[in-house]
Write a protein that binds this ligand. Structure first.
Ligand code: HEC
Length: 163
């Protein structure tokens, strides 16, 4: 029974060795196959990880990109200074124009009525060209042209929002 089942599971013909000592060739083959399989997965993982991190943006690099914003915005929930712009704590997924007590422009409030919350895609568009996406926004900022920088920035904003 043993011999039969191992032979059916073993794709490569183990040859005459099976007849005397079970299916060593087959077992070896299977173990080797598992090993190759694992290495292949590990290699694949290694190849894909940096790509995945890139696709999702790099929060550490994004912290540097936030230098563009930090004179007007804080990502610290305990910030007490009154800044020109609203807090960006948890901005990804947050209601647009949602900070209590902040005087948003009518343009931003109209934009909020239309779009609801800040998705990553919407944030990406706004940060790329604030005045093109929300005409007459009071945010006096030209925008971040570089798509990679924006991706990293958004990864950073997400990471501080999760704290
Ligand atoms: C010169 C000051 C200034 C700079 C620099 C600035 N912002 Fe703003 N930001 C503002 C102001 C003011 C508003 C409110 C806009 C409105 O009401 O139209 C705002 C609004 C926003 C909003 C909407 C917030 C909400 O509650 O809906 C986001 C998102 C935002 N800014 C992101 C950024 C990012 C990211 C950067 C850096 C790349 C940046 N801003 C740079 C002043 C600034």
């Amino acid at each position: 029974m043993n011999r039969r089942s191992s032979r059916t599971r073993c794709k490569r013909d183990p040859g005459p060795r099976t007849t005397s000592a079970g299916a060593p060739g087959c077992r070896l083959g299977a173990a080797f196959g598992r090993f190759v399989g694992m290495t292949a997965w590990a290699a694949l993982g290694a190849a894909f990880l940096p790509a995945a991190a890139h696709a999702g943006g790099d929060a550490a690099r994004g912290e540097r990109v936030f230098q563009y914003c930090y004179s007007c915005h804080s990502v610290d929930p305990n910030e007490t200074a009154i800044l020109q712009g609203p807090s960006l704590v948890g901005i990804v997924g947050r209601r647009i124009a949602g900070q209590e007590g902040f005087e948003y422009s009518p343009a931003m409030r109209a934009f909020a009525a239309e779009h609801g919350t800040w998705s990553e895609a919407l944030l990406d568009r706004y940060v790329a060209a604030p005045l093109a996406v929300v005409p007459r926004t009071s945010m006096a900022f030209r925008g971040v042209e570089d798509a990679d920088e924006r991706r990293d920035l958004i990864a950073y904003l997400k990471s501080v929002g999760a704290r």
